[in-house]
Design a binder for this molecule. Structure first.
Ligand code: FE2
Length: 524
């Protein structure tokens, strides 16, 4: 495999997209804030090192905010809506802060009696500091760890430990004030609030609100500088920002990742995704381990094995768009929640869209990880011909691993029960038999004989099927298998009957749907 050189900034954009979803920000919020912050850095005549810190702080500010989200959801309900409402207020203003949290509790206890609601509000507000402070401290720590794993230096990581701190000392978790809050933190906090306030209230009101907060949330000198140049700084930032713009803004030298560093970056994303809820801890790593092993077992090309491993690391990145309170529901989801949940492969592909080159293959696999051969999957209802061997392996690995993990609405299945569930999906034409058997073999489950897996075909009939599906005539197949043409004909008639087709094209499609005509896939 050729050594790749990938821009680290591409990973930063993937992380930025995912955290925008998870924190209730509109699409491209972090990218727009990055453009604004870098313009601001230029106006402020920052040196190259500080500009680099600003660039990374704008893209990565919220990468730790996925940790312990289940605790946030347990206390306040729909955490994405809560976070969205918090973006517009002055967090140092207790009245504004209390109003938003009362609203969250009211949403969570919808349907409760006025007395029950009053009790919940009283208890919730009293416990807010004990609930929120450890969670926010965790966000800072996790952000710094993820940044370290994607190779960022100390001067960038330390800013991620201060993401909720304020100029006036009323921030969290340490209550730092003035110059103790790092300069890139002060600048990016102001820039991101300016974007959020402009989106919510419009340009003029935003300026008035920023001015009012000078000396509170923001450093007065920075506010003056920002307001002097506000129009120029925000020009054209009301729409999407493309990848090339963000790549061009990265101060030189541009950071590149080699193959090993790329894998570590994908793995860091996996852990970030899985830290959201306790029952997904380690899920993406486990799916990747199974998919990688199954891909090798099937003899897939090295590049496919690499792509399926990386897709497995990131396959659920789009789940961040759906509130944890939905995933943690023990009861059935509403129709709207189901629709939102089934769109997570779409968001996953979008999140990874910034990854150029081979990243596109990874994104395509992520988009298909819940698709099924018969079109019964989601979100595009793709069918067999649109599902490559690697996609089939990922679907099988994901299905097996998920089945043997507990979910709030069901206990974990035993490995044996999970294997039976997957084989049932094979019989129903939803999962690829070869992919499933490879995954199960790699998971230590006893192998099934191929004849049982493929509609009762004998190994010789499978060989004939592979050859005619690949375009051979009966005569050519007979010659390659060293059997008589009449015997080959008999095998063809027998296998047609077993798989329920009457033509070579029908048999070819059957073989294609089961991965039998892909190079390196063995039916045995
Ligand atoms: Fe998924």
């Amino acid at each position: 495999m050729a050594e790749l050189s990938v821009r680290r900034a591409d990973f930063l954009m993937a992380l930025a997209y995912a955290t925008d979803l998870a924190t209730g920000h509109p699409r491209d919020f972090a990218l727009r804030s990055c453009v604004l912050a870098m313009r601001f850095a230029e106006v402020a005549c920052l040196d190259e090192l500080t500009s680099r810190a600003v660039y990374h702080q704008a893209l990565l500010r919220f990468i730790g905010c996925n940790a312990d989200t289940h605790l946030l959801a347990a206390a306040w309900g729909d955490e994405i809506t809560l976070r969205r409402e918090l973006h517009h207020i002055d967090m140092g203003n207790r009245a504004e802060f209390v109003e938003i949290f009362v609203r969250a509790i009211t949403r969570k206890f919808a349907g409760a009696s006025p007395e029950e609601l009053a009790e919940a509000v009283k208890g919730g507000l009293a416990e807010a500091p004990q609930v929120n402070i450890p969670i926010l401290s965790g966000h800072c720590e996790v952000a710094q760890r993820i940044a370290e794993r994607i190779g960022l230096p100390e001067e960038i990581r330390e800013n991620l430990g201060q993401i909720y701190e304020r100029w006036d000392g009323k921030g969290l978790p340490r209550g730092l004030s003035g110059n103790a809050v790092k300069f890139p933190v002060r600048l990016v906090t102001l820039a991101q609030d300016a974007i959020a306030l402009t989106d919510h209230h419009g340009f003029e009101t935003m300026k008035a609100m920023i001015a009012k907060r000078a000396g509170g949330g923001y450093e007065p000198e920075l506010v003056d500088l920002f307001l002097t140049h506000a129009e120029k700084l925000l020009a054209g930032l009301d729409g999407p920002v493309d990848r090339e713009t963000i790549l061009a803004l990265e101060p030189a030298p541009h950071s590149m990742l080699d193959e090993e560093a790329c894998d570590e970056a994908y793995l860091a994303i996996a852990d970030m995704i899985d830290m959201r809820m306790p029952f997904t801890f380690g899920h993406s790593r486990a799916v990747a381990s199974l998919a990688h092993a199954a891909g090798k077992h099937l003899g897939l090309p090295a590049s496919d094995i690499r792509d399926v491993r990386r897709a497995a690391y990131t396959h659920d990145i789009g789940e961040l768009a759906v509130p944890v309170s939905t995933w943690m529901r023990a009861g059935p989801l509403t129709e709207r929640e189901t629709d939102a949940a089934r769109l997570h492969p779409y968001h996953g592909e979008r999140a990874l869209a910034s990854l150029g080159g081979d990243g596109k293959a990874v994104a395509a696999l992520v988009q298909r990880h819940h698709e099924r051969l018969d079109g019964s999957g989601y979100h595009r209802n793709s069918r067999g011909p649109d599902l490559s061997p690697a996609a089939r392996v990922l679907a099988a690995a994901e299905a097996f691993q998920t089945a043997r993990e507990a979910r709030p609405y069901r206990p974990a299945m035993s490995d044996v029960a999970a294997a039976a569930k997957l084989r049932s999906a094979v019989r129903e034409g939803r999962l690829c038999p070869d992919a499933v058997e490879a995954v199960l073999t790699c998971a230590g489950q006893p192998a099934r004989r191929s004849a049982e897996r493929l509609a009762g075909l004998t190994p010789r009939e499978i060989e004939v099927l592979r050859l005619i599906a690949a375009g051979d005539t009966a005569k050519e197949a007979a010659r390659k298998l060293d059997i008589s043409p009449k015997t080959a004909d008999n095998h063809i008639q027998s296998l047609y009957s077993k798989i329920g087709v009457t033509t070579r094209a029908g048999a070819a499609l059957y073989a294609l749907e089961r991965g039998l005509v892909q190079q390196g896939i063995s039916a045995a």
